[in-house]
Design a protein around this ligand. Structure first.
Ligand SMILES: Cc1ncc(C[n+]2csc(CCOP(=O)(O)OP(=O)(O)O)c2C)c(N)n1
Ligand SMILES: [Mg+2]
Length: 404
């Protein structure tokens, strides 16, 4: 194991996966009692992906979850009562009862960017956040998730290209859960491994068994460390399975039974329980105590959320537009001089690498033959133009001069 886990860390992985599952089981019951007002999505079977990836982040790092990442929110420090209250639109929830599902974050303390419904759009946002962190000298890593379906959006590809060309410390986890609504992945993506999409952008990538929490953690930890070391973005494809329908309304009867059976046998929690037992990291008493502790906590948290009030009606018209309620100010963690040009590692002048043609190698040999430094033809120094043309006016080529 490249990043050895202590016994406590092993148990922590179990704790969060079980907490994730238990929380969702309770929310399904609340949904059926009509107490959940928004959409309720399930991460059943995907707990190892969500928990294992987020456990690789440090406190200072940032995450932007998607609908199947409640486990990640718990790991980052969101209290179950906040998640219950959010889904029941209570006044005590992070959005004060204005949203009935998972659109909330915590920019101040937990470093969570709120998810948005437009699939893929968090990728350029988190690439920008990662670059901003570097600019401010914060040494942070940003992580976000996308589904197999969402990996076909334009925003995914724009975001990847942007992150790659800027060397952004961004970990993008593709949760390949085999389905996007009722479309199987094979009918909307012409490659077997979604991680291959990273190659088009020169981005490092991994494929991991998304139902093996230790493997997921190890992979994510390596990706996070590589990002922090300045190697640029990393893509992780976690192969897993959406064990329920898209949301509560969907019985998913289009999923072949043998597929469900196959993945049921790979259930991430059952597998991990077996692993902990075989490695003698716990015994039945430790497991029973942990399960009981989780159940108690979940019941208390649910009770706290259920007994909270709904928001007052007048709140509906408040907080729609920012009226000076919060100040947006960058937090510099190193002296500004050190992280901005000319002191920064990113120089305001750069070299053009290569010539770009099909016969580049031969051309370089030809051009450098008479050049004593051997460097002049291969690398041209590009400096910002001394005097720029007025915006909107293209430079007129010599042979066209006088014709316009
Ligand atoms: C840009 C965009 N297109 C379509 C949708 C509608 N939509 C919401 S979820 C979903 C399926 C997503 O599938 P996938 O990305 O595989 O994630 P999963 O639900 O399997 O976790 C679609 C099409 C959307 N929210 N955003
Ligand atoms: Mg999917």
């Amino acid at each position: 194991m490249k990043f050895p886990l202590t016994r406590d860390q092993h148990l922590e992985l179990y704790y969060y996966m079980r907490l994730n599952r238990s929380l969702e089981e309770h929310m399904v019951r609340l949904f059926r009692q009509n107490k959940i007002v928004g959409g309720l999505y399930s991460s059943l079977g995907q707990e190892a992906t969500s928990v294992g990836t987020t456990c690789a982040l440090e406190r200072r790092d940032w995450m932007a979850p998607m609908i199947r990442n409640l486990g990640g929110l718990l790991v980052k420090g969101v209290a179950p009562r906040a998640i219950f209250a959010q889904h029941m639109a209570r006044y005590t929830s992070p959005t004060l009862g204005k949203d009935g599902t998972s659109h909330f974050g915590d920019l101040e303390n937990l470093h969570i960017v709120s998810p948005i419904s437009m699939l893929g759009d968090l990728i350029p946002v988190m690439a920008g956040l990662a670059i901003a962190g570097r600019y401010l000298g914060q040494k942070i890593v940003a992580m976000t998730w996308i589904g197999d379906g969402g990996s076909s959006t334009g925003a995914f590809h724009e975001g990847m290209n942007f992150a790659a060309s800027q060397g952004a410390p961004l970990v993008l986890v593709i949760e390949n859960n085999q389905w996007a609504y009722s479309t199987p992945v094979g009918r909307q993506v012409p490659v077997k491994n979604l991680a291959d999409r990273a190659k088009a952008y020169g981005v490092n990538s991994y494929i991991v068994d998304g139902n093996d929490v230790v493997a997921v953690y190890q992979t994510a930890k390596e990706a996070v460390e590589r990002c922090r070391a300045g190697e640029g973005p990393v893509v992780i494809e976690a192969k897993t399975m959406r064990m329920k329908g898209h949301a509560q309304h969907d019985p998913a009867d289009y999923v072949p039974k043998e597929m469900v059976d196959y993945w049921q046998a790979l259930d991430p929690i059952a597998r991990y329980e077996k692993y902990l037992t075989e490695k003698k990291l716990w015994d039945s008493k430790v497991k029973a105590d942990m399960d009981a502790q989780i159940e108690r906590l979940i019941l208390e948290e649910q009770e706290a959320a259920e007994s909270a009030p709904f928001p007052p009606p007048e709140l509906a018209e408040q907080g729609v537009y920012c009226d000076g309620c919060h100040e947006i100010k960058a937090r510099w963690e190193r002296p500004i001089k050190e992280v901005t040009p000319p002191g920064a590692s990113v120089k305001p002048e750069w070299k053009v690498e290569g010539l770009g043609g099909m016969d580049e190698a031969a051309a370089i040999t030809r051009l450098t033959a008479g050049n004593s430094s051997g460097d002049g033809a291969r690398r041209a120094t590009v400096k910002p133009a001394k005097k720029s043309r007025p915006a909107g006016r293209a430079k007129v080529p010599a042979h066209l001069k006088g014709r316009r």
